[in-house]
Design a protein around this ligand. Sequence first.
Ligand SMILES: *[C@@H]1O[C@H](CO)[C@@H](O)[C@H](O)[C@H]1NC(C)=O
Ligand SMILES: *[C@@H]1O[C@H](CO)[C@@H](O)[C@H](O)[C@H]1NC(C)=O
Ligand SMILES: *[C@@H]1O[C@H](CO)[C@@H](O)[C@H](O)[C@H]1NC(C)=O
Length: 447
Amino acid sequence: MNKSRAASAYHYSFNRTRQIAAASALVITTFFLTRLFSPPCSIPHLARPSYHVHFANDGSLVWPEAGFGPQLSLKIYVYDEAEIDGLDLLMRGRDGNIAADSCVKGQWGTQVKIHRMLLNSRFRTLNKEEADLFFVPTYVKCVRMMGGLNDKEINQTYVKVLSQMPYFRLSSGRNHIFVFPSGAGAHLFRSWAVYLNRSIILTPEGDRTDKRGTSAFDTWKDVIIPGNVDDAMTGKMETIVEPLPLSKRKYLANFLGRAQGKVGRLKLIELAKMYPDKLECPELKFSGPDKLGRKEYFQHLRNSKFCLAPRGESSWTLRFYESFFVECVPVILSDEVELPFQDVIDYTQISIKWPSSNIGIQLLNYLESIPEKNIEELIARGRLVRCLFAYAAETEPCSAMHGILWELQRKVRRFHQSRETFWLHNQTIVNRNMIEFQNWKPPMPSP
Ligand SMILES: *[C@@H]1O[C@H](CO)[C@@H](O)[C@H](O)[C@H]1NC(C)=O
Ligand SMILES: *[C@@H]1O[C@H](CO)[C@@H](O)[C@H](O)[C@H]1NC(C)=O
Ligand SMILES: *[C@@H]1O[C@H](CO)[C@@H](O)[C@H](O)[C@H]1NC(C)=O
């Protein structure tokens, strides 16, 4: 990105913040669509015709002209396990008995889903010479959990596998894609920093500083992907739980997860004991009667206006994505979170991010003060874009896979945020001290 483009992008988002605030009262869906997904036409210095994703009448994605234009033109080579000695171990374990079908389930299922979808993709090439990108299929999160390989074996096997790839060597891995579907990110491969520090990593996790001291995620080269929401919630055919009308919801907010000894989560559990009518937050255990069943879980989740998404073992949480499918407004309480497809989704329009250091009655009071109308608007906008959080087939008009493919092609980011920026229901940007963006005074603290 050259300097003037960066500067205009900056002015653009600054102006846009104010424009959105002014426009947020107008809510007819069709009007909203043009507002959300195309820029207000009154910004003279914005030369580009369109900067946001929008949707055609049949629901298919219309990608903005910015970046590399509205045409996807990608050639991705997918490595075959028979081709590289050791690759099968990273997919099925040392005994070869871990089934891909069991790895495709749950929040980490992206490790298998993305591979399967690329195998069937119209952007797949069987010719390495013409490939723009190379996909290396590994299911190590699953393999490790099921005892198929230990950390040492994973590390050694990766090194062995990579040492067999001339194309990896050719680019220092720059055009090679790896999926790391869990909070551990690329740390699952102990020597990632040596080998994969230039490769494209697809992961839901933008931060892993709490235990490792360093994050494997790089904002510029890596791609944040949505977590794998249960197909039974995203599916077009059968949905196990339907959203409730706002007026039928029993709680203001909920958090339905294990505390895992995390400060924010423990605070929520305490808060729920004091305000049981407002906040549903049972102390859940990993197994046994205190664990919610799948259907029951979604039935609880839909029974609040706001779904709190506090930091757990790492900064991303599946709850954020699930919220859109039960239509509660996600409230991110995870300062370091990185969100997918920031080029084209304005998260201030569909969610709230609140400082995790500010969890307390003030959060409940704030949520309670938000007019129903604003909540309905946040939900309506989330309903439009949530198809980007569902791993539907590439042949569907809209799928997480489209988002990933576009990200792979175009890496100019639109949405700006950091651990020190937050936003409220009305798209007001605030800092940790809740000071609104236009009142931030220089010198700005370093990010
Ligand atoms: C990973 O494996 C390579 C090759 O066997 C080895 O050189 C390296 O020290 C290992 N890394 C760690 C952190 O154990
Ligand atoms: C990537 O790995 C190489 C080889 O170990 C190292 O020289 C380089 O500093 C690393 N780069 C980053 C950004 O960590
Ligand atoms: C947005 O909401 C916050 C908190 O309720 C409030 O302080 C602020 O004035 C609002 N901003 C706008 C532009 O409505």
